[in-house]
Write a protein that binds this ligand. Sequence first.
Ligand code: BG6
Ligand code: GLC
Ligand code: GLC
Length: 962
Amino acid sequence: MNENTLESVQQCLNQFDVTEEQLQQIQAGILGDMERALGRQAGSSPSVQMLPTYVRSTPRGTEQGDFLVLELGASGATLRVLWVTLTGISGPRKEPVSQEFTIPTEITLGTGQQLFDFAAGCLVQFLDQLQVGSQPIQLGFNFSFPCHQTGLNQSTLISWTKGFRCSGVEGQDVVQLLREAIQRQGAYNIEVVAVVNDTVGAMMSCDPSPQACEVGLVVDTGTNACYMEEVRHVAELKEDRGRICVNVQWGSFGDGGALEPVQTPFDLQLDQESLHPGTQRFEKMVGGLYLGELVRLVLIHLAGQGALFGGVTSPALLTHGSVHVQHVMEIEDPSHGRARAQAMLQELGLTPSAQDCAQVQRVCGAVSSRAARLCAAALTAVLARVRSNPERSPLGVSVATGGRLYKQHPRFSALLQQTVRLLAPDADVTFVPSEDGGGRGVAVVTAVASRLALQRRQLEETLAPFRLHSQQLKAVQAQMRESMVRGLRGESSSIRMLPTYVCAMPDGTERGDFLALDLGGTNFRVLWVKVGSRSEEGIKIINRVFSLPESVTQGTGQQLFDHIVDCIVDFQKENNLSGQTLPLSFTFSFPCKQLGLDQGILLNWTKGFKASDCEGQDVVSLLRAAIRRRQGVELNVVAIVNDTVGTMMSCGYEDPHCEVGLIVGTGTNACYMEELGNVCAVPGDRGRMCINMEWGAFGDDGLALQEFYTPFDLSVDQASINPGKQRCRAREGGARRAGREDSDRRGWARGTSGCGWVGRGADGEGRAEAVANLGCPSYSLSARARYEKLISGMYLGEIVRQVLLHLTHLRVLFGGQEFPSLQTKDIIKTKFLSEIESDLERWQVRAILEKLDLQADCEDALLVREVCQAVSRRAAQLCGAGVAAVVEKIRENRGLDRLSVTVGVDGTLYKLHPHFSEQVKDAVRELAPQCCVRFLLSEDGSGKGAALVSAVACRLAGAAGP
Ligand code: BG6
Ligand code: GLC
Ligand code: GLC
């Protein structure tokens, strides 16, 4: 061989030299692309993909169990199946059983179905030999292509790389495709639990001691790396704490042109002739699939120049793919390389001289050295990111390495490591070979995924009773309807259907100044309501919220009413109203048996109230007695009004179709305009009267809702201040059954002449008798189904807390850690549900939990949100079933095919929860299709409506004359 020849070869190979400066530029280029891809910066188009893998921690070493692993795509057209047994920390290590299958080219280039059927067939063949029987098998799928993962077992193929191009797979979930193929085989009970990239398999297969590997590097037919990134840097995930493994997909680096300075004409030609031209430019300079081809193109070029083989080529040398990476690795073998070169060239139909063989060795060396050095540059970019992580191990960084080129090439790993030291001299890097070709790591991820899947099943089982279907809701609606009718007839019913003596809606001509009290919701308020002409002044309200300490709501009745009068006096002073005796309306949001507009006997406390000596008493009398005790104060109590009624009246002022009042706040209840003829408790059959349903007690008779009660609801009930209720509590010695109730009803209703106006009420005699006979059905003590406790804000937080305790106990939540704050009753308020269910990022949800001293990770945060959603959705649906029963009753009362009606609504849960109101509406639409229901929010609270009740009474009294 002459000097010229050597010179030509050298000149050609010089093109494969990459200077240190160029390597540094590539390192910086990859790092910049990685950071841009992580940050999803607008307008930038990084060429690496940075795909989150949903692997959130490196192995703990505790994982156990038998797993089936399927590897597809890592080693060219070879598919591998493994049976991996993980034995935990103390168990003896077990070698995996594995088998390789060659995938025919017509399959790698065929249809997706062919490919997945082939894979499933290999699984069956493997398992048949293993004789695993019919046990359920958990499979981890090592799929080495760029995928967009949305979970550990959901992964959409972005694009094929390397030697694969099966139709109908890009854009599809490969886990699903594999599942379907396994089902088509129908032979084994295999569940595909996790899908991972080969780099992740490599990273996860390393022993966690002395330090966990935080980087996975693969150089096989393709090349790529993954590493543990701080999740707050992964913009796509919108999380703030913890780490996640990111698949860099560095094979595509340079697709935007960044590699042009180091590309040779051979690289360009190789790309043009490849299966996926224009893509994976970096991989095409490094991956084993391409090194043989680059060597082949160089040999053809040198032969063409007369520098090799005496200027002769052969058909085989001219054939695409005839030189493999295996050849390159063998030719570079220090002891037998020369002989291997000769053998390969002869196999290609050439007659090489000894010098030819030596030159071919140089060519292989140049191509593979460049590959190792480029790969090192990319790795130092990844190391730079890992080292910027403040939580990284103080021992330096361990890199798990895998892939045949890395492992089997005689110089590749040494050269790569040497170049890493050159480019990152102060990085303390340890290279750790991955075990079982990454199969073990796939099994580890599968173990984690299967634990998570078990937790998901436990969550689903826990929440299943909260998920109601249409038939169940229809049954609730029907039962509600039945209870309404029985209540109206005075028969035994858990819904009391209390007459309110409100029979007319405001017509806009009402005028005057009124005082109002609003007691029983979240706030206790005193109001001054000025009712002017609707078209001009409208209604003006001045109000003040007063605190009601628990010592008052749960002390003696006298303390409660004295406190109320004190607040009124303060309010009067503040507003220069002292000395004026304005008509006073009292919104009192508890079940009262009304005997007229200004007399209401408290049947029983509900929600958070428990003041003594009030049940069975006329609330207006208690208030008047407190006024007398205060001396020097004159107040004229005109009306006592339930909050539902106040809400209906208040909304009725805006919308004359408003004939239903609904509260979903601390408690829940509804009222509506019923035909007087249907109200047995009040004589007369002309006109309508508003009925306070007191639906919170629905189901207390044990005839409805029983099936919906979960153990969590029972616990909440047991821990409430009125366990076994919302239900009608029998007065001592006065409990009576429905049949006897009739006489009471007639008693107090006697003297009431129909309902032509707002609440003239019963005469004195009737009232006295009624107060004495507060009988109502007594239900069996086992009755535990209370509608209000399933729906209203006072209880939902507690239900959620009970579910969270259970899930913690199952170790589904908080890693099983039992936080003391979760043991605290009422720690979860309705506001919490509203916040957590609004459109927040995971970290924001976590921050809310942290305010309650619950240390949650992002997964916990999502689970807590799911629990809240299930509990509040059930509440909304049950409430919707109630509203549907009410509007359907109104429609049928009036014999209409279609009813248009407005529901006035108030209550913090309904108003503040992000989805509750829509879910109520959805349920009503479905359950009452013949009703067109408008929901109108009450803006000023029910005090305004209560004042309007008085105003209408005054108007009608005025019209009736003195
Ligand atoms: C208020 C009304 O707006 O809502 C009260 O003025 C009513 O009368 C209350 O009781 C119900 O909601 P919450 O959430 O305060 O119980
Ligand atoms: C290709 C694939 C990538 C894989 C790598 C190594 O680059 O796109 O997902 O990790 O090859 O097999
Ligand atoms: C409770 C009360 C009821 C009230 C409702 C809403 O259910 O018993 O009277 O309307 O809460 O506040």
